[in-house]
Design a binder for this molecule. Structure first.
Ligand code: WTA
Length: 645
């Protein structure tokens, strides 16, 4: 695809857009000339009980200290709820569409406020205090959003945990965060399947999680489950008894709002710490700018709330801006293909934000499916989570957006809190496959491997030269790891771990991770995490995990394992099981190859690049093999994996 393929802003969209080209140029110039003034002005988009007088006090040097609006005070739940009550108390804040078409619930801002206050009082009643961590382990039900805002209301940090994590994965995160309470459900519905949530949580706690005092259990499917006396409590009766009035805690801007775990290239998942003030400003700013938010929008972000996308664009951004969010419990194609399109038509969704992996799988349906729906409420489409190929972009634009809706390809990360690079839809023409331009105030930079700045066109490592308000402050319990991971690549820069190319128009094209993180259907998985869990099975001497391209998932996981005794049966299955037990089913390897040895350099480093090529059957250009300690390994690996394609 040439860089020149440009989709101009549809005139019907441009005519009504909140920010046009001139406006964006002015903002970008203001943010560059006087960032202090610019961000203090932007801080005015949230309600403070004490308005900040300082913007950034951040430094990427030395120990790394990130602080924004530090003398301000506020409460995030007040910003998402209370402040809308006077003007839009009767407006719908949340539409919940359950898996079955008949399951619909609409909550006004007033009703959502009441539900949040009750939940907050239940937590306070159990002794949860400001600064405590509360784990939320729920399907896409209203209580998930309610629980997050309830924590925010009392100043507790929520730690939302994915329903797909294994017991071991849950236990690790609960212990790392020191959670005092858990909010879970009996089961989640996933198409015709039921996913046990509480039972897995019971197994996690049985592994030893001393900090947890209470487990609140929401009834979703209504099955009977054993409850542990003194620890487990049914949630519904507590909510019914709780007071609907709950005074919010006044928080410092820099008090953490939540922890969210994500994977990196080394070690266990890390709990990224997000602040209250800067994060709320960033969530509101980016949601309004990138999604051209306006009165009457129905905003549907399909992300699960356990991912950062769910935090910022299901919950905090749209609710801070007084929007109407749609929460959908079901799957894209259950009970039949076209379900998502039906949901869009039923609820008159205006703004639809999803992931390339979903788009690729929906493209596989016959086009008559999507054509069978009107989709005329849509005005803007968005994509996040992985690079979107030009083909998928154009299909999304044509088949779903009917050529009428701009597509915003948004680049960001758990660590960034919100979007950093994306087209402002009324101001920036789009190129399929490019996340386009950094938002005002975002100092995106490309660096060479050696840390030299690349000017103009070029390709390198995507870094950010200055802090922005939504940036994660630290890793929970590991500030030195934070510094090492993100700020040691080139001093003074935040290192994203992604590669990118910048074209002659200054547009960014994200090429994917350049570290040992792979992206499977938008889930980040550290290859080191996979290798660690396989190593817990002592029948393996060692192993290496790599990512290879996958049609639907974006990347698939391939494991190369060296067995102590290759004659033992079913070892490949054992390696797969170790991964699903240690991490979760979402990380299941596409293939496990039992190999005699791994390719290593003379200094003993595994040459993953070679493994990736062999796994892809790309045997041309295997590169310089002279650095290998034993070059005969190449043929022995090919003998296991198979020849070139
Ligand atoms: C990838 C999700 C290309 C990238 C918000 C990043 C993308 C990782 C895009 C973060 C995009 C996200 N184009 N790649 N528009 N958006 N990524 O932390 O590799 O779950 O580093 O945050 O997803 O994943 P995370």
């Amino acid at each position: 695809m040439s860089n020149k393929e440009i989709f101009q802003i549809p005139p019907s969209f441009a005519a009504q857009a909140g920010v046009d080209g001139a406006h964006l140029r002015r903002m970008t110039a203001d943010a560059a000339h006087d960032p202090e003034r610019f961000w203090l002005d932007q801080a005015g988009r949230v309600d403070w009980t004490r308005r900040p007088t300082l913007a950034s006090g951040s430094s990427f040097a030395d120990d790394v200290s990130i602080r924004w609006f530090a003398d301000g005070k506020l409460n995030a739940s007040v910003n998402c709820l209370d402040r809308h009550l006077a003007e839009r108390g009767e407006q719908i804040a949340l539409i919940w569409q359950g898996q079955e078409a008949s399951q619909v619930e609409r909550l006004t801002y007033r009703a959502l406020h009441e539900r949040v206050c009750r939940m907050a009082n239940v937590l306070r009643g159990l002794g949860v205090e400001r600064g405590d961590r509360v784990a939320i382990h729920l399907p896409m039900v209203i209580e998930g959003v309610v629980a997050m805002l309830a924590c925010a209301r009392i100043g507790a940090l929520h730690v939302v945990l994915f329903g797909g994590f294994s017991a071991e994965g849950l236990a690790d995160r609960l212990n790392d965060s020191g959670a005092v309470a858990i909010i879970t459900a009996d089961e989640a519905r996933r198409g015709p399947k039921r996913i046990a949530l509480k039972t897995v949580m019971d197994e996690a706690l049985a592994r030893g999680v001393p900090s947890v005092r209470h487990m609140l259990v929401l009834s979703v499917t209504g099955i009977d489950l054993p409850m542990q006396e003194g620890r487990d409590l049914a949630l519904a009766p507590l909510l019914a008894q709780a007071s609907p009035d709950c005074p919010p805690a006044e928080m410092e801007a820099e008090d953490p709002l939540f922890l969210l775990y994500t994977s990196g290239s080394t070690g266990k998942p890390k709990g990224m710490v997000h602040s209250t003030g800067g994060y709320m400003v960033w969530a509101s700013f980016t949601h309004e700018m990138v999604f051209d938010h306006r009165e009457g929008d129905v905003f549907w972000c399909t992300a699960d709330i356990s991912w950062i996308t769910g935090h910022t664009y299901v919950v905090y951004g749209p609710l801070a801006n007084g929007g109407t969010i749609l929460l959908f419990e079901g799957l894209p194609s259950y009970p039949a293909p076209g379900r998502w399109w039906e949901v869009i038509d039923t609820h008159k969704v205006t703004t639809f934000y999803t992931a390339p992996t979903a788009i690729r799988s929906l493209m596989r349906d016959d086009d008559s499916v999507v054509k069978g729906y009107a989709l005329d409420s849509l005005r803007l489409l968005g994509s996040v989570g992985e690079p979107i190929s030009p083909d998928a972009w154009i299909w999304f634009h044509e088949a779903v957006g009917r050529g009428r809706c701009p597509v915003v390809d948004t680049w960001w990360q758990t660590e960034t809190g919100g979007i950093l690079i994306a087209p402002i839809p009324g101001a920036v023409p789009q190129k399929p496959g490019s996340a386009t331009l950094p938002l005002p105030g975002v100092a995106a930079t490309l660096l060479t491997d050696k840390g030299e700045v690349i000017e103009g066109e070029g390709e390198g490592c995507l870094c950010i030269a200055r802090s922005w308000p939504g940036q994660a402050r630290t890793i929970w319990g590991g500030h030195e790891r934070f510094r090492q991971t993100y700020f040691s690549f080139s001093p003074g820069y935040y290192f994203s771990g992604d590669g990118a190319r910048r074209d002659a128009d200054g547009y960014y094209w994200i090429t994917g991770r350049i570290d040992d993180v792979i992206n499977v259907s938008g889930h980040r998985i550290g290859t080191a995490e996979v290798e660690d869990v396989v190593a817990t099975d002592h029948r393996f001497v060692e192993c290496a995990a790599v990512g290879v391209p996958h049609d639907i998932k974006g990347q698939g996981l391939i494991v190369f394992a060296v067995a102590r005794d290759a004659s033992v049966p079913d070892l490949a299955d054992a390696a797969s099981l170790a991964v699903t037990k240690g991490i979760g089913r979402y990380a299941v390897p596409e293939r496990v190859y039992l190999v005699p040895d791994l390719p290593k350099t003379r200094s003993g480093k595994i040459v993953r690049r070679l493994l990736r090529k062999i796994a892809c059957h790309e045997l041309d250009g295997l590169g310089d093999l002279s650095t290998l300690a034993d070059a005969t390994i190449v043929d022995r690996l090919i003998a296991v994996v198979g020849p070139a394609k």
